[in-house]
Design a protein around this ligand. Structure first.
Ligand SMILES: O=P([O-])([O-])O[C@@H]1[C@H](O)[C@H](O)[C@@H](O)[C@H](O)[C@H]1O
Ligand SMILES: [Mg+2]
Ligand SMILES: [Mg+2]
Length: 281
């Protein structure tokens, strides 16, 4: 059966590729760094330029579609997810990596209809890896199908997480207490790529068993979350319920056994929801 969203998905892949060229080119020059909610919440002109490039090109092709973009929300646009076709864009996921030339930087484009992610595109620009997932049709990296790890024991797993940009002492204490419990299970290892989108692709690829974070935003995870489920993995909230893309909390794992062993260690907290803020933190 023909795929209703094939044209939109092809467009997302093409524009992610173009955005990746802009990111790679910008890495060759100076990067002017600005801050958003705090001194460690970074943004550059390239983040803004890439987001505009993506939005403009999608608008020309699909004028009725809506957008949630990280830098547009930072500029005061609403973060409303309706039932209408909506592109959820993180122009540079891993801005801190980009600023420091730490080599994991992604362009992340998720596409939702009826509040469900229909496709996700994550382009890991420096590795030149194009991850694409289509709901019900699988997840792929450079055309090769992705499959999660079949490990069921957390003690034989690698877990990925991030510190994010929240330095509120209570949140930092909870992040450390959760991490301590996970490290001491013990797990084989803990890693951070510095980009939520690539972390999710690592779960989908079977390179790690799980990723969790509190504090991410919908644009960090919209595309990558579908990568995980289409590769056979699961998504949960950090307290074990259903994942909610606006809640800023996620556990992504290869299977329920590992996901359950993760969320039971977590000292959960609830940052302000993406859809409850006039503009994001
Ligand atoms: O700001 P940005 O580089 O697009 O996105 C950030 C990255 O995904 C980082 O890995 C995660 O820890 C933060 O929570 C995100 O905000
Ligand atoms: Mg991001
Ligand atoms: Mg970003």
């Amino acid at each position: 059966m023909a795929d209703q969203w094939q044209n939109a998905m092809d467009h997302a892949v093409a524009i992610a590729q173009k955005a990746g060229e802009v990111v790679r080119e910008a890495l060759r020059g100076d990067r002017k760094v600005m801050t958003k909610s705090s001194s460690i919440d970074l943004v550059t002109q390239t983040d803004q330029k890439v987001e505009q490039l993506i939005i403009q090109s999608v608008k020309e092709r699909f004028p009725a579609h809506r957008f949630i973009g990280e830098e547009s929300v930072a500029a005061g646009e609403p973060c409303d997810l309706t039932d209408q076709p909506t592109w959820i864009i993180d122009p540079i996921d891993g801005t801190t990596n980009f600023v420091h030339a730490f080599p994991f930087v992604a362009v992340s484009i998720g596409f939702c209809v009826d509040k469900k992610v229909e496709f996700g595109v994550v382009y890991s620009c420096l590795e030149d890896k194009m991850f694409v997932a289509r709901r019900g049709r699988g997840a792929f990296c450079n055309g090769e199908p992705l499959k999660v790890s079949d490990q069921e024991d957390i003690k034989r797993s690698i877990v990925v997480t991030e510190f994010g940009s929240n330095r509120d002492p209570d949140a930092v204490d909870r992040i450390f207490s959760s991490l301590r419990k996970i490290v001491c299970l013990p797990v084989h290892g803990v890693r951070s790529a510095g980009t939520a989108a690539i972390n999710l692709c690592l779960v989908a690829s079977g390179s790690v068993e799980a990723y969790y974070e509190i504090g991410i935003h919908v644009w960090d995870i919209a595309a990558g979350s579908l990568m995980v489920t289409e590769a056979g993995g699961v998504l949960l909230d950090v307290e074990g319920g259903d994942v909610d893309l606006m809640s800023r909390r996620i556990v992504a794992a290869n299977n329920r056994a590992v996901a359950g062993q993760i969320f039971r260690q977590l000292d959960a907290f609830s940052p302000p929801r993406d859809d409850a803020l006039p503009s994001h933190e």
